[in-house]
Write a new protein. Structure first.
Lengths: 216, 228
């Protein structure tokens, strides 16, 4: 794809090694992620996709190697890094006791935003009319949308999304893809895992990092 | 798009969220309180109604029951957040982790510590506590229960990733609770004998200040280890 500022490296992984349950998931994994990249991490179940995302996000520590954000280890510049990072894991971080609106409001506020209109953002993810519904009473897809609504109001450069399309309908997936492209074009990067085929983002626009299932 | 809210706003946002969730989930507030009331009311039935005996054991019973009730309620402090991914979001948010942890502990104390303090004088009547011990009872509980929440939260943060962390949690934090128990009950005893008890209160206050400053960092570090 056309990258406006190809030279700008946002994140770089150096010689990452991850060991889980005495099994090496990957070792010596190095890559750079530039502004404008949409990176898909692919591989079979158990290959270590989620582990890799958690390491890049700074949630878990690699067995060896390091992740650098603008040239510095993310553990040493955690505040700046977290300021620029939006991570959505398997678990959505949506409280079932709170309404969709309260959830969004909390998630945005705790990320530091002060000027937003929850109704408008929820409308963008097709949750109009469900603002006052407890998240616990929403369907799986709507629950997921409540979490994904955060992407609509974000100026973080780095988006790390673990299976963002789970439980989302076809139209919703297309809207998300559009959003990813927009984000990449404005100088951000998206790192995601998914087993679904994407319709708008073509293979040419996508960078892939492939993890293999290893038996050693 | 503006970024950057004050620390106070971040603190209050988290505190309000936790209180709101607890109000919608009332059982979480009443269980520890009910446990506290039940344990204390059962003692006179078990020991017998002689006022002299009850007066003698009252401070200990009230404090042990408060300590266990507070421990009982601890496990929920981070568990729900861990299970639904909110904890990860908290760890990755740009706000200082210690600040957010402190907000969560404060919410926990408001929900479990404050009700205990409020019912304690009623239960003290039931146990024939010395008339001049009430002030000491209230002040030790007011100083002591926040320490229990703060120290307990370290243990919870360490065990939140474990499936059955309950037993380990008690083993980890009971030793830390013992100094609080000793100084609190000795203050109430001293008050009952009409002696000065500000020494014990000062030690409790010092423990409170110390844990207020240091515990949030320990809790934050423990959470990072647990989610690794």
């Amino acid at each position: 794809m056309t990258i406006s500022n190809q030279s700008q490296v946002l994140l770089s992984a150096n010689e990452l090694t991850c060991i889980r349950e005495e099994r090496i998931l990957f070792d010596g994994l190095s890559f750079n992620i530039n502004a404008g990249d949409i990176v898909q991490i692919e591989g079979p179940n158990g290959a270590g996709k989620t582990s890799l995302l958690r390491i890049i996000a700074g949630l878990s520590r690699p067995y060896a190697g390091e992740v650098e954000y603008s040239g510095e280890n993310i553990n040493r510049c955690r505040d700046e890094f977290n300021h620029d990072l939006l991570y959505l894991g398997h678990l959505a971080g949506v409280k079932s006791e709170l309404t969709a609106e309260e959830n969004l409001n909390f998630n945005l506020r705790i990320s530091g935003y002060d000027d937003f209109d929850t109704t408008a953002i929820l409308a963008k993810v097709n949750l109009t009319g469900f603002e006052e519904a407890l998240a616990g009473h929403l369907s799986a897809g709507q629950h997921r949308r409540t979490a994904l609504a955060r992407l609509q109001h974000s100026n973080c450069k780095i988006w790390i999304l673990d299976e963002p399309f789970t439980a989302i309908d076809k139209k919703g997936v297309e809207e998300l893809e559009q959003l990813f492209i927009q984000h990449a074009e404005s100088g951000g990067c998206v790192i995601l895992t998914t087993h679904q085929d994407m319709s708008i983002i073509s293979d040419a626009m996508l960078r892939k990092i492939t993890l293999d299932y290893r038996f050693v | 798009m503006k970024r950057g809210i004050s620390y106070t706003t971040a603190f209050m946002t988290l505190l309000q969220r936790d209180l709101r969730i607890a109000i919608r989930h009332r059982g979480d507030i009443f269980n520890p309180l009910l446990f506290f009331i039940l344990v204390v009311t059962l003692f006179p039935l078990g020991i017998g109604p002689e006022p002299q005996v009850l007066t003698r054991v009252a401070p200990g019973i009230i404090w042990v029951a408060a300590l266990l009730a507070s421990m009982l309620s601890l496990e929920r402090l981070f568990k729900a957040d861990y299970n639904d991914g909110s904890l990860e979001q908290m760890l990755l948010s740009p706000q200082p982790l210690a600040l957010m942890v402190l907000a969560k502990v404060l919410a926990h104390w408001i929900l479990t510590g404050v009700p205990l303090i409020l019912v304690a004088p009623l239960l003290a009547v039931l146990l024939h506590l010395e008339d001049n011990s009430y002030g000491a009872l209230m002040s030790t509980l007011a100083l002591g229960t926040p320490i229990l929440s703060l120290l307990g939260a370290i243990g919870v943060a360490l065990t939140v990733g474990l499936r059955k962390g309950g037993v380990l949690l008690s083993l980890l934090i009971l030793p830390l609770y013992i100094p609080v128990l000793i100084f609190a009950t000795s203050a109430i005893d001293a008050a009952g004998l009409n002696m000065a008890y500000d020494g014990q209160l000062a030690i409790l206050a010092a423990m409170l200040v110390g844990s207020l400053i240091l515990a949030p960092f320990a809790i934050g570090a423990s959470l990072r280890v647990s989610t690794n």
